[in-house]
Design a protein around this ligand. Structure first.
Ligand code: ATP
Ligand code: MG
Length: 392
């Protein structure tokens, strides 16, 4: 690693109407600062839609910081770069040493320049020509090819310095977390809900998690697995709270008093009511689930309607139109797959009906549910709530 190395983060979309660039940028800079804290002391600032991340001390963990920058929502592209004096000589020297390995592998190259500092005495074409000419001399085995080069050397002339870097890589995209509002995500230990949480966080939504436990039917290991998933998600979402809600009594009451075909649906209605209460207390404005149309009996269109019947909050279901294969691909990409497939039971998998209703009618389910003290059970579950703060 070059000892001066730093990162340039290019901003992603700023699309929402009424969402001004300034608050987008402020949010992103503060997210980057916050997220990099644990990797050492960095100077993070923004100029002309580029965030500069400069290590301040030798003890910065640059690899970990790089990974964090790649996972930062709101960033369109990330590049490792080296700053140098704003002279052609310094730029050529820097490219020669910093990109030596890349040059060794390349047969053709080109220089692409950007002049953000309009006072600089050469324009971008002149910079590329001057720097490209000298690099071609320095590395006789490579020739310039402006159409399909093996290596593109980027030169940016900015306010304080010139920057040299190889091609940027795509960033995590989306919007900075916190720009898209605040929601409560129902996190189970399965494959889907970590992915749905990640998808909403990518749209800038700040999340709090709710997880339902049914001891002794569900184990401590099952809860630990969910906390591990939450931990993995903090790389994208930042720190978060996981609300842990006792669900045993509700499930036992349902089993004792309701028709078997509605077990799951009634249980899911309780989950929605309790999650809504948690959301209201937290000031969150929506619920997020990992439901996907038709995946299981409780996710048919009619079943979703029955579930949604008990809440007036928007229920966001980012996976609704996705196939399992696509969901699994994302789970692998974001690193939650291996944890999700650990074989611990979820409260959804205890007391599952043999023949669940797939075309339920809201009225019938409401009637079946009337056998229960709904409000009392909800209140009791909320009283038993505990929460865990999961740090990034
Ligand atoms: P997942 O893979 O996310 O568990 P799933 O396909 O297994 O989803 P269900 O078990 O029917 O589907 O659950 C549907 C959704 O309900 C989940 O995606 C999640 O959002 C929520 N959910 C299920 N179980 C729990 C739980 N124990 N705690 C919190 N939310 C849950
Ligand atoms: Mg599940």
């Amino acid at each position: 690693m070059h000892n001066n190395e730093m990162f340039l983060l290019k901003l992603g979309e700023v699309v929402l109407k009424g969402l001004n660039r300034r608050s987008f940028e402020d949010k992103l800079v503060s997210n980057v600062r916050w997220r990099l804290k644990k990797h050492g002391s960095f100077h993070v600032y923004i100029r002309q839609s580029t965030i500069y991340v400069e290590p301040q001390k030798d003890d910065c963990d640059m690899e970990a910081a790089w990974k964090s920058c790649c996972q930062m929502f709101g960033v369109a592209a990330v590049a490792r770069a080296v700053p140098c004096d704003k002279t052609v000589e310094a730029i050529v020297e820097t490219a020669k040493t910093y990109l030596a390995d890349e040059f060794a592998k390349a047969r053709t190259f080109k220089v692409e320049s950007k002049r953000a500092d309009k006072q600089f005495y050469l324009n971008s074409i002149q910079i590329s020509q001057a720097v490209g000419g000298e690099l071609a001399e320095a590395f006789p085995h490579v020739t310039v090819d402006v159409h399909k080069p093996d290596l593109t050397v980027f030169v940016e002339i900015r306010e304080k310095a010139a920057y040299v870097h190889a091609p940027a890589v795509p960033g995590a995209g989306g919007l900075p977390v916190g720009m898209g509002g605040h929601a409560v995500s129902l996190l189970s230990g399965g494959l889907d809900s970590p992915v749905s949480s990640w998808m909403m966080a990518r749209r800038g939504v700040e999340l709090e998690m709710v997880h339902f436990v049914s001891p002794p039917y569900t184990s401590q290991q099952a809860l630990d697995k969910v906390l591990e998933l939450a931990q993995l998600l903090t790389a994208y979402c930042g720190r978060m709270i996981v609300h842990v809600i006792p669900f045993t009594e509700i499930q036992e009451e349902i089993r004792k008093n309701c028709p078997e075909e509605y077990f799951t649906l009634i249980m899911r209605r309780f989950m929605m009511r309790i999650s809504e209460a948690v959301a209201k207390k937290a000031g969150a404005k929506a619920l997020v689930t990992g439901e996907s149309l038709g995946q299981v009996a409780s996710q048919t269109m009619m079943a979703l309607g029955v579930t949604e019947d008990v809440t007036s909050m928007p229920v966001l279901r980012p996976l609704i139109g996705m196939d399992k294969v696509e969901i699994i691909r994302i789970a692998r990409e974001i690193g939650t797959y291996d944890t999700s497939i650990l074989p611990y039971e979820d409260c959804c998998t205890v007391f599952t009906p043999r023949h669940p209703a797939t075309r339920p009618n809201v009225e019938d389910v409401r009637k079946a549910e009337a056998a229960l003290d709904v409000e009392g059970l909800v209140a009791k579950a909320l009283e038993g709530e505990s929460w865990v703060r999961v740090k990034a």
